[in-house]
Design a protein around this ligand. Structure first.
Ligand code: IVH
Length: 665
């Protein structure tokens, strides 16, 4: 019989192995569900036995909410940066300099220059001991807790030839996909967008709440090993060992003997990099032999054995015609540059984002300026600079609007925010129409009407807010220009239908700042009726998982405004859902409490995902593999023979769809 401690350690070993298979090899050997099951087993055992706590347990990847100020740590070996070069001529110069200084055969390793934020990882006896940012190169911030949440940073290295003290360096990145998703979410909540994945990655790494870091899906790429007793004199070979130990090392490394081979690499990756999931901004060239590196030495800033060759950012030059200011549904005012149309990475660009007042001031922007336009990660390109030398006839200096471009109300700016707001929440037509547009969207009330219809009805005085939609009469609509009986009937039917939209979506439709879809769902479960939510104190709100002070404040502000309270009351009168639906309530049964159910095969009545949801909603556990603890197998067509055999052996009951649905009826 194994002790509890041995069982915990065995689980940790298994999970480390599966993380490695998944994140480094991209070859998982178990299903996600099975992984989750092992992880749950581990976290439960760890919760019961805090005496076996290990900061490097795979369970720490979920992060913690402990608020910390980072401590500064001195780097044992300084973190230098690289000399940047921009042309093949400069690469040739570097190559010839090395050749002359060494006067013996040498090899150059070419690798991609990942554009994130650099990190130093210290492993003691094969276990992650510390992760430190570059800082000023001599000392950086200890961000170990945040780095522990990064999936492809191994917490414990594999293998038995690992030096007792090992320092590796690399780049922390946010892949494009995660970056886009993050910015989309921020745009929805009207929060300032990150300018590029690099800023997002370094900002995330410095966050105080490592749970947020864990949710953002950062990745690491290791590119060097530092120390005295390294396994090999070859950088290239050390990197392949690092990969074997479980560190995430890029596969795009090439050892080159000639300048031609180097240029081939540069040329290939200049185009191919566009297909990578992460940002790269160049190529790093390194002399492979560590003893040759030492012989070449460093200047005060840069090593002499390495340079960075930077790719050209795709850039276009255009002329600034004007700047417009737009108000969103929350009143935030965003500046937009109107440009002379210009071609950039295959699309014509006419407008560029200017972010906020500070960004405009930093550019010292004048109308008529020649501006550089680049595509960052955002949907809209950005202005990265002004060609001041081309400014011979200076137009007016661009200043931020002082009044709302729509209703003329003087704008206000909160102390700790970069954005200016139109405070006329209840009277500004753009904000009102914007809130109605949000109210009718598919994920909210799903009423089929576009912005033009909303503008028309608003201008005709038929609606003043979203609640007025429920007072619209057939006779009001048919008399409108180009409106027939069919379109009037369709709109009214769609409005009527929206009265069945469940509470959580109604909450989202209200357009409370920072209350997106997910937050609305969380709030609806925690406060199953609107009155409970309206009366909730900030403390009660922040007690809900993932609800922070900012959201809590926004919710209390909303219910403190008489106009909004009245708006909600009217919607209630018109019959919208303001309590958690029967379905959602019924979903919270404990009919399957204590039962572990494995799903296998294909089904006719519901999808596998739906069955999974049904198991969870009814208090059961869904597991990916059959074991002693399995109570039922929900079997469809083509159940795997291995599972069937195992089930028979263990005597697990096999049920079909109908029997299962009967159990939860
Ligand atoms: S080697 C002393 N290799 O670029 C040389 N750096 O300006 C240490 N970077 O601070 C750097 N990819 O953050 C190296 N394959 C790579 C890299 C890389 C990205 C970053 C790193 C460094 C900066 C150099």
């Amino acid at each position: 019989m194994h002790t509890i401690q041995q069982q915990i350690e065995a689980l940790r070993r298994q999970l480390h192995e599966h993380n490695y298979n998944y994140y480094v090899l991209s070859q998982p050997t178990i299903t996600d569900t099975e992984f989750d099951r092992l992880m749950r087993q581990l976290t439960e055992m760890e919760a019961l036995h805090p005496e076996y706590h290990d900061p490097n347990s795979p369970s720490v990847r979920v992060g913690s909410d402990i608020n910390k100020n980072f401590t500064q740590v001195r780097h044992r070996y300084p973190m230098l940066s690289l000399q940047n070069t921009y042309s093949e001529g400069e690469v040739t110069d570097f190559y010839n300099r090395v050749k002359k200084a060494l006067n013996e055969p040498f090899e150059i390793v070419c690798e991609l220059k990942y554009d994130g934020t650099s990190i130093s990882l210290i492993y003691e006896k094969g276990r992650l001991a510390r992760a430190v940012t570059r800082g000023d190169g001599k000392k950086g911030d200890d961000v170990t807790d945040n780095v522990r949440t990064i999936r492809n940073v191994p917490l414990v290295l594999k293998g038995d030839d690992i030096p007792p003290y090992l320092e590796v360096r690399g780049e922390i990145l946010l892949p494009w996909r995660s970056f886009d998703a993050l910015n989309r979410e921020r745009a929805e909540q009207e929060e300032p967008l990150f300018a590029n994945p690099r800023n997002a990655a370094s900002g995330t790494l410095k966050m105080q709440d490592s749970r947020v870091v864990a949710a953002r899906k950062l990745e690491s790429f290791i590119y060097s090993m530092t120390g005295e007793s390294l396994p090999s004199d070859s950088h290239y070979h050390n990197m392949s060992l690092a990969r074997k130990w479980g560190l995430h090392v890029s596969g795009a490394m090439k050892k080159c003997r000639t300048l031609e081979e180097i240029f081939d690499y540069l040329k290939y990756w200049d185009t191919e990099r566009r297909n990578l999931p992460v940002t790269t901004d160049g190529v790093v060239l390194k002399v492979d032999s560590l003893s040759q590196q030492r012989n070449l030495g460093s200047t005060s800033k840069f090593p002499r054995w390495s340079i960075a060759y930077k790719f050209n950012a795709e850039q276009a030059v255009s002329r600034l015609e004007s700047v417009s200011f737009q108000v969103g549904r929350t009143g935030a005012v965003t500046p937009v540059a109107n440009l002379e149309p210009v071609l950039l990475s295959g699309t014509t660009v006419k407008r560029a984002s200017l972010y906020n007042e500070d960004a405009i001031r930093a550019l010292d922007l004048h109308i008529g300026d020649s501006v550089f336009v680049e595509k960052g990660g955002e949907i809209i390109p950005k202005i990265t600079g002004v060609d001041k030398e081309a400014r011979f006839l200076s137009g007016d200096k661009v200043t931020f609007a002082r009044h709302c471009p729509d209703c003329g109300t003087p704008l206000v700016r909160n102390e700790d925010e970069a954005a200016w707001y139109c405070p006329n929440t209840e009277g500004c037509p753009t904000q009102i129409k914007g809130r109605i547009e949000h109210f009718v969207t598919r994920k909210a009330m799903d009423i089929t009407m576009g912005p033009e219809t909303i503008a028309l009805l608003y201008d005709k005085g038929l609606i003043h807010d979203a609640a007025d939609l429920y007072t619209l009469q057939f006779s009001d609509l048919v008399q409108l220009d180009r409106w027939g009986e069919t379109s009037a009937g369709n709109l009214l039917a769609s409005i009527e239908q929206s009265k069945t939209v469940p509470y959580e979506r109604v909450l989202y439709a209200l357009g409370i700042r920072y209350v997106g879809e997910t937050v609305a769902r969380k709030l609806s479960l925690a406060f199953p009726a609107i009155d409970l939510l309206a009366q909730a104190s900030p403390e009660q709100l922040t007690a809900v998982e993932e609800i922070g002070e900012r959201i809590a404040q926004s919710v209390t502000d909303f219910f403190a405004r008489p106009a909004f309270v009245d708006f909600v009351h009217r919607l209630q009168q018109y019959g919208l859902q303001f309590t958690l639906s029967e379905d959602a309530l019924a979903a919270q049964t404990d009919k399957l409490k204590g039962l572990t159910i494995v799903i296998s095969g294909t089904f006719a009545l519901h999808s596998r995902d739906e069955y999974k949801a049904l198991i969870l909603q009814n208090g059961g556990k869904n597991s990916g593999s059959v074991s002693k603890s399995t109570d039922y197998i929900l079997a469809g067509e083509n159940m795997g023979p291995a599972k069937l055999e195992k089930a028979r052996k263990l005597g697990v009951r096999i049920i079909d769809e109908k029997a299962f649905l009967e159990m939860i009826r």
